[in-house]
Design a protein around this ligand. Structure first.
Ligand SMILES: [Zn+2]
Length: 227
């Protein structure tokens, strides 16, 4: 069985997506990428997370070819591939329809630097990817464009969010941080007052993140907003 550990991680973090309230039903999907083999393990399409077994995970390459698995892969496999093909060191991607990121997505809002914790994503703004139908190459292409700025996460207009990392733990941690920051931003917008940090302030925060916690620069030591 290819990518056994990655399969088990995807099952485990899929259940956490539901437990942590980051998604409902079968929405969202998770993948892990092995740069050595060029293989991506991705959750199957339309199977509830609680019912997904390691053998249901599909192994693909980044060009849409299935290498191992009887299940239909997530309809967003091209979107996940876009992260691995971008120059951001991604080895795992979490895609979810989490409430507050999706609220911003439906307002046509990127995730702004209202709180410094967004620096965990490696940039001062998480771009809004223009709307395209879910599961299409157009959506994946639009995400590729948005990732050129170096952000490790994006907001997908009228759809949801994606977070990536050098490990699934890191990608999942960023997904939680993005959701928390999105709620803060939404609350500020509701209150009609929002002080966005300047580029200079965020550049300093980004520098600090490189040595924060146990000194990991991939954000994996950061659960966010606790600095
Ligand atoms: Zn989706």
């Amino acid at each position: 069985m290819l990518m056994k550990t990655a399969r088990e991680q995807i099952v485990s973090y899929g259940n956490r997506l539901i437990e942590d309230g980051l998604t409902v039903g079968t929405a969202g999907n998770i993948s892990v990428y092995d740069p050595e083999s060029g293989y991506m393990a991705i959750s199957p399409s339309g199977i509830p997370y609680a019912d997904t077994l390691p053998e249901d995970i599909v192994i693909m390459d980044l060009h849409g070819n299935i290498l191992e698995g009887d299940r239909k892969p997530s309809s967003e496999s091209a979107l996940h591939s876009a992260f691995y093909l971008a120059d951001i060191g991604a080895q795992a991607v979490v895609h979810a329809h989490s409430m507050y990121c999706t609220t911003l997505a439906c307002m046509g809002e990127p995730l702004r630097s209202v709180h410094y914790a967004i620096a965990e994503a490696g940039t001062d703004i998480l771009p809004l990817v223009p709307y395209h139908t879910f599961g299409t190459p157009e959506l994946a292409r639009a995400a590729s464009e948005a990732l050129k700025g170096g952000a490790r996460g994006v907001i997908l207009a009228n759809h949801g969010m994606c977070a990536s990392g050098s490990s699934l733990k890191s990608a999942y941690g960023l997904a939680l941080t993005m959701e928390w920051c999105a709620e803060v931003q939404w609350r500020c917008m509701c209150a009609g007052k929002m002080n966005v940090l300047t580029k200079k302030e965020m550049d300093t925060a980004l520098e600090h993140y490189k040595t924060y916690g146990q000194g990991k620069s991939d954000g994996s030591s950061v659960s966010g907003y606790n600095g």
